[in-house]
Design a protein around this ligand. Structure first.
Ligand SMILES: *[C@@H]1O[C@H](CO)[C@@H](O)[C@H](O)[C@H]1NC(C)=O
Ligand SMILES: *[C@@H]1O[C@H](CO)[C@@H](O)[C@H](O)[C@H]1NC(C)=O
Ligand SMILES: *[C@@H]1O[C@H](CO)[C@@H](O)[C@H](O)[C@H]1NC(C)=O
Ligand SMILES: *[C@@H]1O[C@H](CO)[C@@H](O)[C@H](O)[C@H]1NC(C)=O
Ligand SMILES: *[C@@H]1O[C@H](CO)[C@@H](O)[C@H](O)[C@H]1NC(C)=O
Ligand SMILES: *[C@@H]1O[C@H](CO)[C@@H](O)[C@H](O)[C@H]1NC(C)=O
Ligand SMILES: *[C@@H]1O[C@H](CO)[C@@H](O)[C@H](O)[C@H]1NC(C)=O
Length: 647
């Protein structure tokens, strides 16, 4: 068991002798190991030291307590980046830094710069000789020291007190103060450590001590696609309205409500900044534009909007919450002329072409079998009965196709002989099965009202519908950056061709689109939840049954509420959102903000079958009439010819 615990000595450790009395070293090390073992309860420890003797004693004691220890000498060009992933556990690792070292100030600065003051690392800064460690923590430019910092500052105070302070801030980059809370106070007398007072360190680092931002102003970002929106008051006014605003997506308002939950709970204020769009890149560089750019460059601490959960975004953003399903669709009223475009009304539709063809082949084979069977029978009977009978049978052979046809139509031919009866029965069974399937599909199709009209984006693009889009950033970015064939087709057919100035423009807002939607012949693409309440107000009952939503142009996904990667606020914000979820606030918000499609009350609408649907049946009929009349003419001609020959 013991050799599981490695003792990693850094070979390059430079031994510098300090004139520290032995007892003091032991004392210190006892106090320090007591911190790691008892208070923060880690098993991985990284010792940053410039004093070989101290570090030896500390390491030995930690190893005695079954700790992994890695020692780094920080006197020579040491950088925190040199700490390798293997030296830390994935849960938490203690970093013990001796404030006596000259490079401490640099290291603390580096820790902020590379974001080491986070939940992964438990820092212990020990300062027994007033080495100004605390003022190092306050140096300017130290931006990353927020509510997720886990720093304990250990100080010796005359005559014999030891004070453990927990240090954090609500955001040094926002000029918030460093806050200190006493974790423990102890004395070290007569070789024993005794605590005068001791608090639970998890409590001190918890929401009770870190949950009041005292009105600190965080930097916010949002997306409102309107001109001249720059002022914070304007932005708040628009986002807090519960009704639809042009250029504001429904999920932006939802996430604004989440920001409100956070700021009421944590007592901060927000200064919003507006972006016109979400994503996009500057030309073809990797410089992100819009909301995502602001969040990625850490120019905002909180965002009142959200982003698609794309794979390449996980590396750059932390996700706080996923709750809103972004769902857009083409909305239009079904009109009978849309029917022709889809195959659904067609009487041949219940079976695919292959099934029709396969059935035809099978029936032909049945006929063939039947003919062979008759041949065999007549051959057998030729040996026994008279020639008259044989001729009758041969005449009967021409009847066979007719018999099969009759069987399919479920009329009974009366064949003689057991084998031909078996064939007839099988044909009956076959046709019974096919019939049932066919009729039920046709009836089902006629009765269902929902799947009439175009039902995919491709069908919508090919339909005569005129398409419009909500005037909001993501379409323009999508149309510019996406070169998929379906998008190109959409652009060429519906978006780019110039329109009559009196017609509905390609990019417009919901308000102006609704009268056109009601008129029919227009499809509007927007977030469904925005349109449903408006449509429910103006559409009649039958029109609501005709309302169709075809999604698929933009992907539908749970939106990610993002903050900058490794943000100081990730954990605390997540905590509050999870709490809100547990008490049902989020569900309530979602219910309020996601109205359902107005239900179709009028269940008994029967749509008349139109010409295109019956066309195949008519064509079949016309084809057979033509063929039969041709045969009739041929027969008449043959008769005349043979008569003339006889004459
Ligand atoms: C420390 O880094 C500087 C600059 O990179 C270099 O000039 C110097 O030699 C390094 N010192 C040691 C001891 O490695
Ligand atoms: C803490 O910071 C380190 C170094 O930047 C990083 O590797 C680690 O993932 C961070 N941990 C958290 C929980 O953000
Ligand atoms: C420390 O030990 C000495 C002698 O053993 C004793 O006189 C003294 O009272 C002790 N001090 C405390 C604070 O216990
Ligand atoms: C830490 O100090 C307390 C109080 O003196 C003691 O009970 C405990 O055993 C010590 N723990 C370690 C690991 O030294
Ligand atoms: C919120 O912050 C303000 C400003 O510092 C403070 O006066 C107030 O007491 C705080 N509210 C709560 C509920 O903590
Ligand atoms: C926006 O501001 C500019 C200049 O301040 C002005 O010319 C323009 O009319 C404004 N646009 C709107 C929609 O208010
Ligand atoms: C961007 O595209 C242009 C041509 O469109 C090309 O000349 C340029 O090198 C590209 N730049 C980058 C950074 O890829």
């Amino acid at each position: 068991m013991k050799n599981w615990f490695q003792f990693l000595w850094l070979t390059s450790l430079a031994f510098r002798s300090y004139a520290v009395p032995r007892t003091t070293s032991l004392t210190k090390s006892y106090i320090i190991t007591n911190y790691t073992v008892n208070l923060v309860k880690t098993v991985h420890t990284i010792l940053l030291t410039c004093n070989a003797k101290d570090s030896q004693i500390i390491a030995r004691q930690l190893i005695y307590w079954n700790h992994f220890v890695k020692i780094y000498d920080i006197t020579n060009n040491f950088t925190l980046k040199a700490i390798s992933e293997q030296d830390r556990s994935h849960a938490k690792t203690a970093i013990i830094l001796n404030c006596e070292c000259k490079t401490t100030q640099n290291l603390i600065f580096e820790a902020s710069q590379f974001r080491y003051f986070n939940k992964t690392y438990q820092w212990l800064l020990w300062d027994f000789h007033n080495n100004n460690c605390f003022s190092h923590l306050q140096q300017s430019g130290l931006n990353y020291l927020g509510p997720n910092a886990q720093i304990v500052f250990l100080k010796y105070e005359e005559p014999h007190y030891l004070l453990w302070w927990d240090v954090h801030s609500k955001g040094r980059h926002l000029k918030a103060n460093l806050e200190m809370h006493l974790v423990a106070k102890g004395t070290y007398i007569n070789e024993t450590l005794q605590f005068v007072s001791k608090n639970d360190i998890n409590d001190i680092r918890g929401i009770r001590y870190r949950g009041d931002f005292e009105g600190l102003k965080l930097r916010g970002a949002t997306v409102i696609d309107q001109d001249n929106i720059t002022d914070n008051d304007q932005i708040e006014q628009i986002l807090s309205r519960s009704s639809k605003d042009p250029g504001v997506s429904a999920f932006t308002k939802y996430h604004y409500e989440l920001v409100n939950i956070l700021r009421h709970r944590l007592n901060f204020t927000v200064e919003f900044r507006n972006a016109r769009g979400w994503a996009g890149h500057l030309d073809n560089s990797s410089y992100r534009l819009g909301f995502l750019g602001i969040m990625q460059r850490n120019e905002a601490d909180i965002g009142a909007s959200a982003a698609y959960p794309r794979l390449n975004r996980f590396a750059e953003f932390d996700s706080l919450h996923q709750g809103w399903k972004f769902h857009t669709a083409f909305l239009f009223l079904y009109t009978p002329d849309l029917h022709a475009q889809s195959k659904k009304g067609n009487f041949l539709a219940p079976f695919e072409k292959h099934v029709w063809l396969g059935s035809l082949i099978i029936l032909n084979m049945v006929g063939l079998v039947w003919i062979v069977e008759e041949h065999v029978k007549s051959y057998l009977s030729k040996i026994t009965t008279s020639n008259v009978e044989i001729f009758k049978r041969i005449g009967g052979r021409f009847i066979i196709p007719l018999n099969i046809f009759a069987a399919i139509c479920q009329q009974d031919p009366v064949p003689s002989g057991a084998s031909s009866r078996v064939i007839t029965l099988t044909s009956f069974l076959f046709s019974l099965v096919m019939y049932n399937y066919y009729t039920s599909s046709v009836v089902g199709g006629l009765l269902s009202t929902t799947d009439k009209g175009p039902s995919t984006v491709d069908e919508v693009i090919s339909s005569p519908l005129r398409l419009s889009f909500e005037d909001i950033g993501y379409y323009k970015v999508k149309f510019r950056e996406n070169k998929a064939p379906s998008i190109v087709k959409l652009l060429n057919k519906k978006v780019l061709p110039p329109r009559d100035p009196h017609d509905l423009p390609v990019y417009t807002n919901l308000e102006s689109a609704i009268p056109y939607l009601k008129k029919g012949g227009y499809a509007f693409h927007c977030e469904e939840v925005d349109a449903y309440p408006e449509l429910a107000k103006i559409l009649t009952d039958t029109e609501i049954c005709d309302l169709r939503a075809v999604s698929g142009l933009l992907g539908s996904a749970l939106m990610d509420w993002i903050v900058h990667k490794n943000s100081q606020y990730t954990e605390i914000f997540r905590h509050i959102v999870t709490q809100a979820q547990e008490v049902g606030l989020i569900q309530r918000l979602l219910r309020q903000r996601r109205p359902k499609k107005p239900p179709c009350q009028n269940l008994y609408t029967v749509y008349p079958v139109n010409l295109s649907g019956t066309l195949s049946a008519f064509v079949l009929l016309a084809g057979s009439i033509i063929i039969s009349s041709k045969i009739l003419l041929l027969e008449i001609a043959l008769k005349r010819y043979s008569n003339r020959l006889r004459d």
